[in-house]
Structures are given as structure tokens and as C-alpha cells.
Design a protein around this ligand. Structure first.
Ligand code: ATP
Length: 640
């Protein structure tokens, strides 16, 4: 549905009326002007609103950002219209995912353009919602037909939910028709598409409780099973009421929770309690997806319950690689740091849609690899993937290379040439270094995005093209806009689904995996077998700052293999300046638990998985092997 009814929330009378005039003249219906959070709330309750123009500073204590949080919950799109504010306020506003941001003084066309973009984004999120519903429905039906154990089935379903309803932990509980409670089950994420399933007994061991204490807590007040979302203060409150929730939250450092109960035909009730370490994560859209799937899930869960009843043996703890075929799609993206897993989840969501994606990140962080994965996971995978580096093309040729030209269009155009856009027809075009695209070409690119048509140079015949555009940049485009080098409208159009690649220095936990990957890749290619990566070699790699990111790591390893003698990698060949260099303080904010997990994994990797005994990880860490084992279990570390 297109945007029609607009609410203006603005405390400056003149600005509000100016906005109202612009909108009314363009045919939109302004349903009201509110000058405070409270007034806006009243107006929002009394009528449907498709879009809100929102000032940040309003009358009263509460700001536009507070209202934005409410609008997010009700899924009403909003665009900030604000004077240049300080960076902190700007960052807070950005975190509320606005549909646009207009800085005062604005021009009429900025306002109208922002509505066009909002329409596009609205349409896009509707398509995304439909595709997630379709995918999850088909997945649940498919998995129920496969001959797998109930544990594998439930883990597969949980894994499939991850991109749409992100979670770090799921507690599954059930009450049978006769009032008897099922044995609880927990599911925890340990890697991309890798989850551990454990029983109450195993949870008791991890949490350090006795069985008696656990039963007492469980009896006291059962886990709240009414459908609900608990974030922020609500989560803190419910933890006081439900001791089980409190225990889970403290054991796994969880900060938000969504509960959905399914009512089976046989009278049983099964609750899925999704938990996340990210505060304020769960939104009504997550619940909507579960509501949409409830009929399908209720039918399929009956079979799972029956399978489980027939097999009351202890479930096996780990199921790795639930979807090996999907793993293959990401085989080019090595890493299992939280930052990378979150990125892969996002790729999985956006890949099957036709949405344009803007990939940002420093040079050599893997932007092109991400673009290739997006293509491979899309319906266009059998069609071309054309990569164009906008910075590498000569200025005078860039237009003709992209759009093609007719014979005789300019001196030297001896014959008709099709451009990259036509070449990519049916598939994906990857525009690398988009920030370097000349400004006059940017408007032509906007036309490709909006109208899906191009014109060859020398022709005035528009040609329809069916392609997906993925762009990447290592520049800060917002700064380029301020300098007048990048078009704001193109930025908003491209930035519908941003993906950010962290620099390698922020995910050093991935270095051992990446190093192993590049050693095996290049040793084979060069025909120079390498026996192992020595610990001191890995240590130097871990200490270095990696300004050139993964590309630099790959080249460093390649050079070391070339210089290696008798299959031995030597620190001396690394030639990396780590002396006196401080390991940079990672800007990735990690929980204590994540840090502990990363540290243990690193030590285990150094000890080749050996836990106890001389040279084992426990010795290196200076703790008893039993303590380390229980930490490994608690933190969900698996051998892989
Ligand atoms: N996560 C990863 N796992 C394995 N290899 C990777 C990963 N990320 C990047 N690489 C490799 O590192 C090199 C650089 O990656 P890529 O070209 O995708 O970076 P980029 O961000 O597009 O760089 P630029 O901005 O300079 O174009 C490539 O050889 C790529 O295969």
C-alpha cells in the first residue's frame, strides 16, 4: 500500500506548516500536526497513519527518538526532519532505523524524494516479510517429511528461524493434555548452522544447581507461557516473577525474550522461548511470523512430540552442519566470530530478495566475497555475476563500459557494444567502489535502479534490464554526500539493506581459521605441502594489526609458503612489524562470556584440541581440566 496519510510531529509552528503545505500540494493527506510526544501518541491512536515526519526535539520531556521507539513497535515508517544535531543524538536517531533523515533547512524536493524512497522501502520490507513467511512454511513442511530423528528436526527448524528471529538460546517446554510437564530442552547456537541441544539434566550441570533446587525453582512459578515479548524493563520484571527465566538469563547472559506457545490438536501445549543477548531485539514482526506459522507448526509438532515420546533416550548433544548444502554457499567466507555469524544471517535474509544491497567495509575485508554469496543464494544464481570496479575504469570510458554504445556514437565507436548492465541481464551486477562513480553517472544509475532501464550512448531508445544491483564502498558515503561528491537520493536508494564488514583487527578470533584456509589453499596451488602452522607463527599473526585486512593476511601467507623450506613456515619469513605494536583495542563490544569463549577456543586451537595433561589447554590456562571441561560445555564450544 502506497503512503497516503502522513502525521507531522514538529514543535516549530512555521516548519510544521511549511511541511504541511508541501505535502498537501503534492496530494498527500496530512492527518495532523503534533508538537509533543503525548499529542503524537493521541493522534496515532485515533487514526491510521502511513508515515510520520518526526522532529527530534519536541515540547515536553520526551523526544522524537522516544516516539521513534514506539513507532518501531507499531511498524509505522518515519523520517526525521531535524536541525543538525550533535553526533550522539544523531547516532541515537540512526539506531532507531528511520526510513530517512532530512536536515533543516530542507528543499521541497528533498521531502518528496524521501517519500518516494520510503515507499520503495515499505514495498521492500513487505516483500521480505512474504519471502520469510514462504521460506519458513516450506522449510517446516519439508523437514517434517524427511526421515530424521526428532532432535535433528527440531534443531533444523530452530536453525531456519535464526535469520528471521535471531536468538542465542531457545528454551522449549511443554505441558501435556493431562497437565504433566514435558522434560525441558535447550538449544544454543555454537556456529553458523550449528546448534547444541541439551536436556534439563545437562542444564542443571552447567548452571551448577542441584536437581532438587532446579525442581523447586521450576515448581515455584513455571516459565511464563503466555505469548509475549520481554525487553528492557519488562524483561527485568519478568525475571523477578519467573525464577527459571532469571536463571537462564544469568547462565547465558541473555537480555531479551520472546515466548510463543503452540496449542496442539491432542491438547498438549508447547512453548518456544527465544532469548537473545541483544537487548530490545524482539519486535512485533517476530511474533507475527510465528503467528503466521502457527497452524503449520501445530500440525507438525504433534509428530515430533510422538517421536520424542517413543524415544526417551538422552538426546545426543551436538548436531553440526545441519544444512551442508547451505554451508557450501558460504564456503568462501571463513570465520565464526559473532560479527561474521551475524553478517551471514543477514546475507541469508536478503539474498533471495531483489533488494539492492550496499556493502561497506575497509579494503580487503571480503566485500566482493559477500556480493558473490548474495548472488549464489539468490534466484539469479544461474545467470551472470558481473563485477565492475568503478575506481579502476578510465573516466572517459566508464559510461560506455557500463551502459554500452551504438555504432558511431562517438569517435572510435566503430561498432555497437553492449555494456556491463546488459551483460548482467537476468543476473547480478556488483559495482565495487561505488563512491568513486562520477556524479553525473550517479543520476543515470539511479534511473537504472528506479526505472529498471538503460540507454546506450548514442541511442534514445530505453532498454529494459532485469538485474540486481549490489554496490560496495570503503568510503564513508555520508561524508562524500556532505562534500557534494555523492548523491543523497542514490545513497538512500542503495542503502535499503546495508551490510557492514568489520576490519580483521576486530575479529582476530577468525585468524587461526583464515590462516589454515589460506595455507591449505595456496600450499596445494603452489605444490609446496605445509605440515602445520607453528604456534609462534600464529602468535605473530594474532599480534599484528592487519591494516590491509584479509587480503594482506592472504598475501602474507602466500609469501611465507613460497619462502618455506621442507614444508616449514617460519616466523622470520613473515616480515610483519609487530615489535612494540600494541594490539589495538577491539571496538567490537563483546560480553565477558564471548571473550572467555574466544580465549578458550584460541588456546584449544593452539593445543590442537588437547584439554588435559601436559601441554593441554587446561595446563596453559592454569585451571583444572574438569573446570575447563565444564566451561567448554557451558560456553557451547564444540570440536570443528
Ligand atoms: N571471510 C573470508 N574468508 C576467506 N577468504 C576471504 C574472506 N574475506 C575475504 N577473503 C579473501 O580476501 C581477499 C580480499 O577480499 P575481497 O576482494 O572480497 O575484499 P574487498 O573488501 O572487496 O576489497 P576491495 O575493497 O579492495 O575491493 C580475496 O582473496 C578473498 O577471497
Amino acid at each position: 500500500m502506497m503512503i497516503k496519510k502522513i502525521l507531522i510531529v514538529e514543535d516549530e509552528f512555521i516548519v510544521a506548516h511549511d511541511l504541511q503545505m508541501i505535502l498537501s500540494k503534492a496530494g498527500y493527506q496530512v492527518v495532523g500536526i503534533a508538537d509533543s510526544f503525548k499529542n503524537a501518541q493521541v493522534m496515532l491512536q485515533s487514526q491510521p497513519v502511513d508515515l510520520v515526519f518526526l522532529d527530534i526535539y519536541l515540547k515536553g520531556r520526551l523526544t522524537g527518538i522516544d516516539l521513534a521507539l514506539e513507532l518501531m513497535k507499531s511498524e509505522i515508517p518515519f523520517i526525521y526532519v531535524s536541525a543538525n544535531s550533535n553526533e550522539k543524538v544523531f547516532e541515537a536517531a540512526k539506531s532507531t532505523c528511520p526510513y530517512g533523515f532530512i536536515v533543516k533547512p530542507y528543499r521541497e524536493k528533498d521531502i518528496l524524494l524521501s517519500i518516494d524512497i520510503a515507499n520503495y522501502r515499505k514495498e521492500n520490507s513487505k516483500n521480505m516479510k512474504l519471502s520469510s513467511e514462504r521460506f519458513m512454511h516450506d522449510f517446516i513442511v519439508d523437514i517434517s517429511l524427511k526421515s530424521l530423528t526428532w532432535q535433528k528436526k527440531i534443531l533444523s527448524i530452530a536453525g531456519a528461524f535464526q535469520p528471521y528471529i535471531p536468538f542465542d538460546f531457545i528454551a522449549l517446554s511443554g505441558i501435556a493434555a493431562d497437565g504433566k510437564r514435558y522434560n525441558e530442552i535447550g538449544i544454543i547456537r555454537t556456529n553458523f548452522d550449528q546448534y547444541d541441544l541439551f536436556t534439563a539434566d545437562e542444564f542443571i550441570e552447567t548452571s551448577g544447581l542441584t536437581r532438587k533446587e532446579y525442581n523447586r525453582l521450576n515448581q515455584l512459578v513455571p516459565e511464563t507461557t503466555a505469548d509475549a515479548i520481554y525487553t528492557g524493563e519488562r524483561f527485568e520484571n519478568v525475571k523477578q516473577l519467573a525464577p527459571m527465566k532469571n536463571l537462564m538469563a544469568s547462565t547465558y547472559h541473555l537480555h531479551s525474550n520472546l515466548v510463543k506457545t503452540f496449542h496442539l490438536e491432542n491438547g498438549d501445549h508447547i512453548s518456544f522461548s527465544f532469548y537473545s543477548r541483544t537487548p530490545h531485539l524482539y519486535q512485533p514482526s517476530h511474533m507475527e511470523l510465528l503467528n503466521f506459522l502457527s497452524t503449520t507448526l501445530e500440525k507438525k509438532l504433534i509428530h515430533l512430540v510422538e517421536m520424542k515420546k517413543a524415544d526417551e533416550v538422552q538426546p545426543k548433544t551436538t548436531f553440526a552442519n545441519l544444512h551442508p548444502e547451505k554451508e557450501k554457499v558460504f564456503a568462501n567466507i571463513i570465520g565464526k566470530s559473532t560479527l561474521i555469524l551475524n553478517l551471514l544471517d543477514k546475507i541469508k535474509i536478503v539474498a533471495p530478495t531483489d533488494t539492492s544491497v550496499l556493502i561497506t567495509g575497509e579494503s580487503g575485508t571480503g566485500k566482493e566475497e559477500v556480493a558473490k554469496s548474495l548472488h549464489r543464494l539468490s534466484g539469479r544464481s544461474q545467470k551472470p555475476f558481473i563485477a565492475v570496479n568503478c575506481a579502476a575504469l578510465p573516466l572517459e570510458l566508464i559510461e560506455s563500459i557500463l551502459f554500452g554504445h551504438e555504432k558511431g556514437a562517438f569517435t572510435g565507436a566503430l561498432e555497437t557494444r553492449i555494456g556491463k548492465f546488459e551483460e548482467a541481464s537476468g543476473g547480478t551486477i556488483f559495482l565495487d567502489e561505488i563512491g568513486e562513480m562520477p556524479i553525473d553517472l550517479q543520476s543515470k544509475l539511479l534511473r537504472v535502479l528506479q526505472e529498471k532501464e538503460i540507454e546506450r550512448i548514442g541511442s534514445n531508445q530505453p532498454l529494459a534490464v532485469d538485474l540486481r544491483i549490489i554496490a560496495a564502498t570503503n568510503l564513508d558515503l555520508e561524508k562524500e554526500i556532505a562534500k557534494g561528491k555523492f548523491r543523497l537520493d542514490l545513497f538512500y536508494r542503495l542503502n535499503v539493506f546495508p551490510l557492514h564488514l568489520p576490519p580483521l583487527a576486530q575479529r582476530k578470533v577468525d585468524i587461526p581459521l583464515l590462516a589454515a584456509h589460506f595455507v591449505s589453499k595456496h600450499a596445494k596451488e603452489l605444490g609446496k605441502p605445509v605440515q602445520e602452522i607453528p604456534t609462534n607463527f600464529l602468535n605473530v599473526l594474532m599480534q599484528y594489526n592487519w591494516p590491509g585486512n584479509i587480503r594482506e593476511l592472504e598475501h602474507t601467507i602466500l609469501r611465507s609458503i613460497l619462502l618455506s623450506k621442507d614444508g616449514r613456515l617460519a616466523v622470520e619469513d613473515l616480515a610483519l612489524e609487530t615489535k612494540g605494536e600494541q594490539t589495538p583495542i577491539s571496538t567490537e563490544i563483546k560480553s565477558f562470556e564471548d571473550n572467555e569463549r574466544d580465549h578458550i577456543i584460541r588456546v584449544l586451537e593452539l593445543c590442537k584440541g588437547k584439554v588435559a595433561g601436559s601441554g593441554g589447554a587446561a595446563e596453559l590456562l592454569g585451571i583444572p581440566a574438569t573446570t575447563l571441561n565444564s566451561k567448554i560445555k557451558k560456553l557451547g564450544i564444540t570440536k570443528s
